[in-house]
Design a protein around this ligand. Structure first.
Ligand code: TEU
Ligand code: CA
Length: 562
């Protein structure tokens, strides 16, 4: 862990008081696409165990595993039918226990992905709830009468479908599903539901799980009144409703504070003003959050907008709370394809984006394969896609009479399957992911982009990630340093300072296919600079005081004493 000798006890830093979980780097394992050990074409927990040494070699501290509970798999495991059972395709409870043990033996921690907002429609709770209006579990979900015309109670959309309401013949009412039809929303206003969830959380934490990633958290509390939205497409009405923070404070009292864990909330539509309510240490709700001002709201790279987002969040959270830093995950297209250059500058671009995410204030997340510079994918046919969100949007649009080819082309760039193709281990069959028929096709570029190649190439993206992650263990400035943007609204060059004690790190990034330049402002211009890390081999030769010439997608971390 970090050398904290020059951080005095109780000192407030950019990230508040120094604590172990603020110093971690998280590696996300979408186990279904990671490594298949039994040839059924689906990655599994034993596959994660087999690759623990690889994960450890990256220098990360935490493994976030996407949900592995029993599930019919409508939404790749986010539709859970038994919170206490392990999905057979993932493995067994014994595999989970061994994974936790083997991870701990290597100094790695395990973060579970917890789905609190909804269950599967096959969960026994929902089967009971839908069985009759008088069932004791009726009120565990959100049921409403049809509108006077027999249609859905409101015009609200779901994330995946044109309506969040599904009519249920048996009792003549509609149930609410914010996501797929097979994912009915729980009624968090019911204290029995909340207690059932707290029990489930304790069960997993008592097993030795070290962290929780809390899914779709902003949706737990439902709107106060069930009336039509002015614009049903603007689904913010599903989120941040009254009562949400009461639930989170109760959850903290009942569960979180009794364990030495790290929590991170997936908080859709969080602005800095809303976000601080979740993570302000004094409020005792969550340790940290993901906001989606980038991933959900910035379809293509926009440097000026990105800088503004980072400044606003840094100002809102300074000394009060912590956020996760990421540009991609299992729901969002791979960063080098979506936000960088995945062609002639793929390697430099992947390294630049990594440099940025690991030096901005917050906890960096690495999504499996990102450390290779893995790219997005374009399958020729809708039949090659697996994602429920993409498929239902495709049906909706084609159902409107639009051309299937056009709809496919429109949905491809942001399809969630871009990031769900198998991890690329080698150039061989199925990228070395599986000896069987993979559940989703591998990206054809695995012949060039894969772990084996990257291990052999000293300039690979992989080796760069190792250096970057190792830096965090030695330099408190990288974690706790204050943050100041010194590049204004330059549309290509991003430059900022992290400052801690008498150390200043200056990060300069030229996010562009063209060369660029950056002039260091006072008081840095005249200082002697050391190169901490750069993504071009001879960056130190170009280290002139005052002005930095930058090559396409060049990233440099400089250090000086102030
Ligand atoms: O995602 C929530 C979600 O709404 C995302 O689709 C959205 O793009 C964003 O990242 C948050 O605003 C979570 C899971 O990550 C996703 O895989 C599930 O499908 C979904 O919840 C339902 O459980
Ligand atoms: Ca398998």
């Amino acid at each position: 862990m970090i050398q904290t000798e020059n951080i005095s006890a109780g000192e407030k830093t950019m990230l508040g008081r120094p604590t172990w979980w603020k110093e971690t780097v998280v590696y996300q394992v979408y186990w279904r696409s990671f490594f298949d050990t039994n040839g059924d074409g689906i990655g599994d927990l034993r596959g994660v165990i087999e690759k623990l040494d690889y994960i450890r070699s990256l220098g990360v501290d935490f493994i976030w595993l996407n949900p592995f509970n029993e599930s019919p798999g409508v939404d790749n495991g986010y539709d859970i039918s038994d919170y206490y059972a392990v999905a057979p395709e993932a493995g067994t409870m014994a595999d989970v226990d061994r994974l936790i043990e083997e991870a701990h033996r290597r100094g790695l921690k395990i973060m579970m992905d917890i789905v609190l907002n909804h269950t599967s429609d096959r969960h026994p709770w929902f089967l009971a709830s839908r069985s009759s209006k008088d069932d004791p579990k009726r009120d565990w979900y959100i049921w409403r009468d049809p509108a006077p015309d027999g249609g859905p109670p409101t015009n609200w959309r779901s994330y995946f479908h044109p309506s969040c309401w599904r009519f249920d013949e048996a009792t003549g009412q509609y149930y609410m599903h914010s996501f797929a039809i097979g994912q009915p929303d729980l009624n968090w206003a019911n204290p029995e539901v909340r207690q059932a969830m707290y029990r489930m959380l304790r069960f997993w934490l008592d097993k030795g799980v070290d962290g929780l990633r809390l899914d779709a958290l902003a949706l737990l509390a439902k709107p106060e009144t069930f009336t039509d939205a002015a614009d049903p497409y603007d689904i913010r009405y599903l989120t941040h409703n009254p009562g949400l923070h009461d639930y989170l404070q109760e959850m903290n009292r009942e569960v979180f504070r009794h364990y030495n864990i790290m929590t991170v909330g997936e908080v859709a539509f969080a602005t800095p003003e809303l976000g601080v309510l979740f993570v302000d240490e004094e409020r005792r709700e969550l340790n940290s959050l993901f906001h989606f001002e980038v991933a959900d709201e910035m379809p293509a790279w926009d440097m000026v907008r990105f800088k503004r987002i980072q400044r606003r969040w840094a100002d809102a959270l300074r000394g009060r709370g912590v956020m996760g830093q990421f540009l991609n995950n299992h729901d969002h297209t791979r960063q080098v394809t979506r936000y960088g250059n995945d062609r002639e500058y793929r390697v430099q671009s992947a390294k630049l984006l990594a440099t940025m995410i690991h030096t901005l204030p917050g906890i960096p997340y690495v999504y499996q394969g990102e450390e290779l510079g893995m790219t997005g994918v374009r399958f020729a046919s809708i039949d090659d896609y697996r994602d429920v969100m993409m498929k239902s949007r495709y049906e909706e649009e084609v159902g409107r009479g639009r051309s299937p080819e056009e709809v496919l082309r429109e949905l491809q760039p942001l399809s969630r399957d871009n990031s769900r193709t198998p991890m690329q281990w080698n150039a061989g069959r199925n990228a070395g992911f599986s000896a069987g028929e993979p559940w989703i096709r591998p990206n054809p570029n695995h012949t060039a982009i894969n772990v084996e190649e990257a291990e052999a190439d000293p300039d690979s993206v992989l080796h760069y990630y190792r250096k970057l992650i190792a830096l965090r263990k030695e330099h408190p400035v990288m974690v706790y340093g204050d943050f100041e943007d010194i590049s204004g609204d330059d549309p290509h060059v991003y430059a900022y300072v992290r400052k801690h004690g008498d150390t200043a790190w200056i990060v300069v990034l030229n996010h562009s296919d063209a060369p660029g330049a950056f002039e260091l402002p006072e008081p840095y211009a005249g200082k002697t600079m050391q190169l901490v890390l750069g993504n071009y081999a001879d960056a130190d030769k170009l280290l002139r005081a005052g002005k930095l010439e930058l090559r396409p997608h060049e990233a440099r971390i400089l250090s000086c004493v102030i």
